[in-house]
Design a binder for this molecule. Structure first.
Ligand SMILES: *[C@@H]1O[C@H](CO)[C@@H](O)[C@H](O)[C@H]1NC(C)=O
Ligand SMILES: *[C@@H]1O[C@H](CO)[C@@H](O)[C@H](O)[C@H]1NC(C)=O
Length: 432
């Protein structure tokens, strides 16, 4: 007879306890509801009748092998899986930074079964914001239903639990415009992003490229429908106005396994300065230890630089990316202050440099043992070497979960998740 290993017990017990507590905490609705509210929400959106629809409920998973989209020609915002299995997940992410460099928001909308063991289902939505004065708000919601309509000119996603509890995104098929509507107990309103840049793939290929690849790192796919654009935010959060304009962006990730199992760390930067916009995403794979940089720079909306290398080269485009030194006058040496980014194109003999200075922290979490993550918004200065530097704003995120091994991870997730009431889980598992 097999004996139950102690290690196994120590994982199972907290998981079961947690699942129970969470189910209570989130007051899970009976997904046996008929979802009539979905129709009511749809009526407000004025949808065409000819859309292809994918309608899932929160505890639904399919047989193990599900179809994963890898075609660059599939619409960015259409579901990348035919259904969900036990480990697959995908994310629609939207972020914004105010023109002051002090306010920001980050919204992740998921279809993700990789944390189903926690109990509240597969449709997580996480929202982190920071106001100009540094006050932050974070929430994670679990919704009962997820409906995505892929229409001729737009993709519409509805994550909802009731007629007055939903998140909706609408993105045009050409990825020029995206709008998000939120209606929950704590947050109401909308924001809109208007792209000023071409959509792109991990290798820097542009949207029209039929041979582009969505492959980003082992087991991870990624596409960026909006590398940068203008954002208009008009939300009310716990009764406080959250209204500003600035820089916005939109990404899509999908993977057959949870992020913590396939990545050890990742970083993301989005910035604009004068005519320039830069988006930079770099995951490091747990499967092979390799990091996959992908800076993408546009000037006046035209791609002028992309790279897939982060070390010096005499021939290949590359990015050099490092922590900025602490200022000499005051400030703790341990507090992060910013970043310096250099983009170098040896073949055309050009170099662009950007100096990022943090203004406000959008979120931070510490998992112990060196694992954790943080995000900031702030002011940036830079441009091509020799040019008068332009000023602008940026969003930056760093997450490091390298020291977490998978069994240990589940124990930590459980304890930590309960302790912090899911506030930022949605960030570091940013999951798939
Ligand atoms: C779920 O589907 C994905 C994509 O086809 C696959 O990579 C993954 O291994 C599947 N998970 C399970 C538990 O079978
Ligand atoms: C910061 O601004 C928000 C939104 O106006 C407000 O709710 C909050 O009380 C302010 N916090 C402080 C510390 O002033």
């Amino acid at each position: 007879m097999a004996r139950i290993r102690l290690e196994f017990l120590s994982i199972t017990l907290p998981v079961l306890l947690l699942a129970f507590l969470l189910a209570r905490e989130f007051d899970l609705k009976n997904v046996g509801d008929e979802g009539k509210y979905i129709q009511t929400i749809e009526q407000q959106l004025d949808l065409p009748t000819t859309c292809q629809t994918s309608h899932l409920t929160a505890f639904e998973t399919a047989n193990p092998s599900i179809l994963l989209s890898t075609s660059p020609l599939d619409p960015f915002d259409a579901p990348k899986f035919s259904a969900l299995n036990r480990t697959a997940g995908e994310q629609w992410a939207f972020d914004g930074t105010s023109a002051s460099g002090r306010s920001g928001l980050l919204l992740g909308i998921y279809r993700d079964a990789s944390y189903a063991f926690l109990g509240p289902g597969n449709f997580r939505v996480s929202l982190d914001v920071v106001w100009d004065n540094g006050t932050t708000f974070s929430t994670v919601d679990y919704l009962a239903r997820s409906v995505v309509h892929v229409c001729e000119n737009q993709v519409v996603g509805i994550w909802a639990s009731a007629i007055d509890e939903y998140y909706v995104f609408q993105a045009t098929r050409d990825s020029k415009h995206a709008r998000v509507h939120i209606h929950t107990k704590e947050v109401t309103g909308s924001f809109a992003i208007h792209s000023t840049t071409p959509s792109r793939y991990p290798n820097g290929a542009l949207v029209s490229d039929k041979v582009a690849s969505t492959w980003n790192a082992p087991m991870l796919h990624w596409g960026e429908p909006i590398p940068a654009g203008g954002i208009e935010v008009d939300l009310t959060i716990q009764g406080s106005a959250f209204r500003w304009t600035g820089l916005g962006g939109h990404d899509r990730w999908w993977s057959g396994k949870g992020w913590l199992e396939i990545l050890t760390k990742w970083e993301a930067v989005r910035l604009t300065a004068g005519p320039y916009a830069l988006s930079f995403w770099q995951p490091t794979s747990r499967l092979n230890g390799v990091s996959y940089p992908s800076p993408f720079l546009t000037k006046h909306g035209v791609n002028v630089f992309s790279a897939q290398r982060n070390s010096v080269s005499e021939t290949d485009n590359h990015i050099l990316y490092r922590s900025a030194p602490a200022p000499r006058d005051g400030g703790s040496m341990h507090d992060p202050v910013g970043y310096e980014i250099e983009l170098i194109s040896p073949s055309v003999g050009k170099k662009w440099s950007f100096t990022l200075e943090y203004r406000n922290q959008e979120f931070a979490f510490d998992l112990g043992g060196g694992a954790g993550g943080s995000a900031y918004v702030g002011r940036v200065k830079g441009g091509e070497d020799g040019e008068e530097p332009y000023e602008g704003v940026f969003f930056i995120e760093h997450v490091d979960v390298e020291s977490l091994t998978v069994p240990k991870l589940y124990v930590i997730v459980c304890e930590w998740y309960y302790q912090f009431r899911a506030k930022v889980l949605g960030r570091w598992d940013v999951s798939m």
